[in-house]
Design a protein around this ligand. Sequence first.
Ligand SMILES: [Ca+2]
Ligand SMILES: [Ca+2]
Length: 512
Amino acid sequence: MKIRARPGGFSIPRGVLWLLLCLLFSPVISCASSDWSDDVVYFVLIDRYADGDSANNRGVERSNPGGFHGGDLKGLTQRLDDLADLGITALWINPVQKQIPQSFYANAPAKLGIPEFRHFGFHGYWIDDFRAMEAHFGSLEELKKLVEEAHKRNIKVLLDVVYNHAGYASSYESRRTADGQGWLRIGEGNCEVDPVTCRVGGLPDFRTELPEVRDYLLQANIDLAKQAGVDGFRLDTFKHIETDFWLEHRRRTRAEISKDFFLLAEHWGGDAKSLDPFFAQDEVDAGFDFSFKGSCEAFVNGRGRAIAYGSYLGSRHKVRKGYLLAHYLSSHDEPMALYNLNSNKDKFRICAAIQMTSLGLPVIYYGEEVARAGSEWPLNRTNMPWGERDIKPGRGAARDETMRDFYKVLLHIRHDHPALRRGDYTLLSGPQEPVLAYIRHDAASNDSVLILVNRDDKELTADFALPDIWSGRTVADELNNKPQAISAGRITSPMAPRSVRIFSIVSGKAGH
Ligand SMILES: [Ca+2]
Ligand SMILES: [Ca+2]
């Protein structure tokens, strides 16, 4: 993802050479680009997606919101054509190593109205053995198969890895010593005072500063990455490990896996500003932008001025050159966006359209694209809905195919327009405040896209002055296919209530 100089005297552009190699050897090598700025990521909790092998369903409890539901790597591999069809170019999967076998009683927020339940490590973050695969998810061979099949479809695979902690009461407790000099810290710590030495969620904290611990964890994940052939890591609980660890991690993943091995940090609360120190030291390639979800939910709910929200979108462009912000609407740690928007699909579509027309690495949380019913933890981790299709565990659960069609169009537009992926950002100012209008422009390809958003529940006409490049041009209406003339340096466009319009320049001067 860093911009690299082309080797001197090399007459064939690297991209062309790679394409030729790719066409010749596509079953053997990954054709995916190492630059992630063009990608759209799809995040899957393996257990909740698709059950491809009932033989690994030991102890499955589909009625338990905290139990294993039977999804596995084999089932996910069988669904890759769906993801390629949607326009997904990278898959993020939860950690795959062996989980603690036991469960713990847990209580959901009272408003969800679900009884106390037993919580197992179905999500992959409670590791019992970093050197073994979790049997419910499948074998190492099945992980390799997933990666191979994904690469054939030009889909990269991002593996979630944990370095900060073990699962509760894991096999690593034998490495704890009473004097606190073993592998695990003693005492609770305080995350407000020292995030590095505290117990996140009460989980046992590894003493990652010890060379023995550091080497064990690094070697285990590096070996797994090399064996499986994954393209990068999503780094869990990033802020809870010291900088020295991450600098060594960067050096070793580049040296031992690949110089292009991609690293995405989960630095809780991160945004363009707070992630910059980590980009400045090149610890990672990207970090999650925790500000995006809540900002969009507030905007479509009518909070604040549209122009203030537009300024916020512009501020996301302050990210250091060569590094990426990953932006999402929902995650396994936060309430689903559609739930937060009181199931208002028009508002949700607006946020999806802004997500796909914004700078960064968009992340779709599995099932969002079919309006998966989900709410707050633990019900933000419900099964992927498959409707009438005979796929467990979400067989029979309702899915909205029109929402998927909308996402598919949005992803197609994003893939079609370099301006949306890497272009600069201009906020347009106009007299009708409920409307947000911005232009993304990529100078290298001379590609320009205009986005108009009416968050109001009334129909209105957007009327904005446009930059000179748009004057007298023929434009495409990307979402609606309705012709639209741009003349005299303005756009005057009818807008349905709570709607988005996306225009792009398709040709030279009109009439030429
Ligand atoms: Ca299974
Ligand atoms: Ca720690």
